[in-house]
Design a protein. Structure first.
Lengths: 397, 199
């Protein structure tokens, strides 16, 4: 299908779908995220033991990390193994500002985001300029950045080799207890991250990023500013990881390089995203909840080492048997159960349904612009599940 | 791995997964403590022209040179080596000429793992061991291979010497904790300057 030929029916399909779903459906996803976040925010006042706050904090913490990783790596296919570096950059910024400069905790979070973002932008500005750095080369490069940064920090007064203790820093009173404060902060960060991830996935930026994933050279030719888009995605991804790092610094209370600048952080994040589905904004969150609960159950049963092996087993199994992840598979099962033409309007997972037509719509809109977008076939190709839907939409229109 | 359709990138992820499993296995069998391989010749050193040369490191050097030469010879002169090089250059065409890709790939994977385990034993002769040490060597290995260039059996020998010497100099001039900086900075530089050679 040539792009020029397919954009027209796609536009119509998009308009039909939007008309059928109504304007409110576009806001259903963010409203749902905010509603769930607000509902969860009342948790600390239920009087549950502090232990639950910490467990929920960890789940939310991994949701932020996995989802922020997904914004660059899942959407564009540039698998970064440097997420530990950006997370650690935020963590050490926050720790240093609290410990040495005496900043209050909450003020260090924007600084952590900024430093992590700048770090990502510097790395990206260099790395993305080199055409050949894709796939495994990008992964190795970002992993090397993690270790270089870790070595620098451990050898300079930032850490000094002994780690930074934050025992003297006051925890702000947001929730009724210190542990609930962390929970609420992580909840806010997770909601923000999910909103950003969703917003990008339905925007023009997201369409460009998905096109880069499908075929970067073709996308470039079709007028997607690939360099700028990758850089923006990396910057956003790093800033969110930096916030997660900033919160985690005080949660840990004692920060060491050995725990942060490792391959464990990116590996866990990659695992969560692959398990959940990297081409969907909510995929990494699903993976994060599943993996954190699984690891926790192993640790609670005193089999922490077995849990570590389990991560490897799940990673291998996910790559071999479920390369698309849980969420796309569920969607496919769901799509099979329902006849395709009815699919665009009401669905229990509104994200794809709103996302897929909106992609096409944004592309349709761009048709009138001087620089047309890559074809909707890019949008169709990026979700195997949505292929049938796109085809259906086309024939329907 | 031959059974499934897998991209090179996914095989990288896959091996990281395997690494995690192996690390956990090692930890559950030998615990996370640091250990050292004791041997009757472990502390034996020769004094050559004012330099102390420990015997384990001489063994390592001899093994490295011998294995590199052997691999080079196999790749260059045997039919198997020619088949492997042909597959690396253009897999579909090589298959059309009757090269059994799957068998060769399995053979190659097995041989590589065996050679890696030889390297592991050599490390055990001279260094303290812990399960978490696995990752410390990954960067050095990648740096050496990338610096030499993929698919050239003798180049990593030279690249390895370059990296080893520069790390040793860094350790002597500054502190041992700065050492990882050298290999990883080299790795970044190589990947940025000559990414085409890797893919």
């Amino acid at each position: 299908v040539t792009p020029a030929a397919s954009t027209v029916p796609a536009t119509e399909a998009g308009q039909v779908a939007t008309a059928a779903a109504g304007p409110s459906s576009a806001w259903r996803v963010p409203l749902a995220i905010v509603a769930v976040a607000v509902a969860l925010a009342f948790m600390p006042w239920l009087g549950l033991p502090a232990f639950y706050d910490s467990l929920l904090y960890l789940i939310l913490h991994w949701i932020v990390l996995a989802t922020s990783w997904n914004i660059l790596s899942g959407y564009t296919g540039y698998f970064s193994f440097g997420h530990g570096a950006f997370f650690g950059g935020g963590l050490y910024t926050s720790a240093t500002l609290m410990d040495k400069a005496g900043w209050p905790f909450l003020w260090t979070l924007p600084a952590a985001a900024l430093v992590a973002c700048m770090l990502g932008l510097v790395v990206g500005a260099i790395v993305f300029r080199v055409k050949g750095v894709r796939g495994e080369v990008f992964a190795l490069l970002t992993l090397a950045v993690t270790f270089v940064l870790g070595t620098v920090i451990v050898n300079t007064p930032i850490d000094g080799g002994n780690g930074v203790s934050l025992a003297g820093v006051a925890v702000p009173k947001i929730g009724p207890t210190p542990s609930s404060t962390f929970y609420l902060l992580a909840l806010a960060a997770a909601a923000l991250t999910l909103l950003v991830a969703w917003g990008i996935s339905v925007s023009k930026l997201g369409a460009g990023l998905f096109a880069i994933h499908d075929d970067e050279d073709a996308a470039e030719v079709m007028g997607v500013p690939t360099y700028r888009y990758k850089l923006i995605a990396l910057g956003i991804s790093c800033a969110l990881a930096g916030v997660a790092g900033g919160i985690h610094a005080l949660f840990l209370n004692y920060v060491t390089v050995g725990e942060v600048f490792t391959i464990a952080v990116p590996l866990t994040v990659v695992l969560m995203s692959i398990l959940g589905g990297t081409r969907h904004w909510a995929g990494p969150a699903v993976g994060a909840v599943a993996i954190t609960l699984l690891l926790y159950s192993f640790t609670a049963a005193d089999y922490a080492v077995a849990g570590k092996a389990m991560i490897g087993v799940i990673l291998i199994a996910a790559i071999l048997f479920m390369p698309d992840g849980i969420l796309p598979r569920l969607q496919r099962v769901w799509a099979r159960r329902r006849p395709a033409p009815a699919a665009p309007a009401p669905m229990p997972l509104p994200d794809t349904t709103t996302a897929a037509p909106r992609h096409m719509r944004s592309k349709g809109r761009c048709c009138c612009a001087p620089r047309p977008w890559p074809s909707p076939s890019a949008a169709c190709a990026r979700w195997p599940a949505s292929t049938s839907r796109c085809a259906a939409a086309r024939s329907w229109a | 791995m031959a059974r499934f359709q897998i991209t090179p990138f996914n095989s990288l992820l896959l091996t990281f997964g395997l690494t995690g499993i192996v690390e956990a296995l090692i930890q559950s069998i030998w615990t996370a403590d640091y250990r050292k391989l004791e041997s009757s010749y472990g502390d034996h050193t020769w004094k050559v022209a004012g330099l102390y040369v420990p015997l384990p490191e001489v063994i390592t050097l001899a093994l490295a040179a011998g294995l590199s030469l052997a691999v080079w010879g196999v790749l260059r002169y045997t039919d198997l080596g020619k088949a492997l090089r042909a597959s690396a250059e253009d897999a579909p065409i090589a298959a059309a000429f009757g090269i059994h890709q799957q068998r060769n790939a399995l053979l190659l994977a097995g041989t590589c793992s065996a050679l890696a385990s030889v390297a592991g034993v050599c490390l055990a002769l001279g260094f303290t061991l812990a399960p978490s040490q696995i990752y410390a060597w990954v960067g050095v290995v990648f740096a050496a291979v990338m610096l030499g260039g993929l698919g050239r059996p003798l180049a990593p020998l030279i690249a390895g010497i370059v990296i080893g010497v520069s790390e040793a100099v860094t350790m002597a001039v500054t502190a041992p904790s700065w050492a990882p900086l050298v290999s990883f900075t080299l790795l970044i530089a190589i990947l940025l300057l000559r990414p085409g050679r890797v893919a």
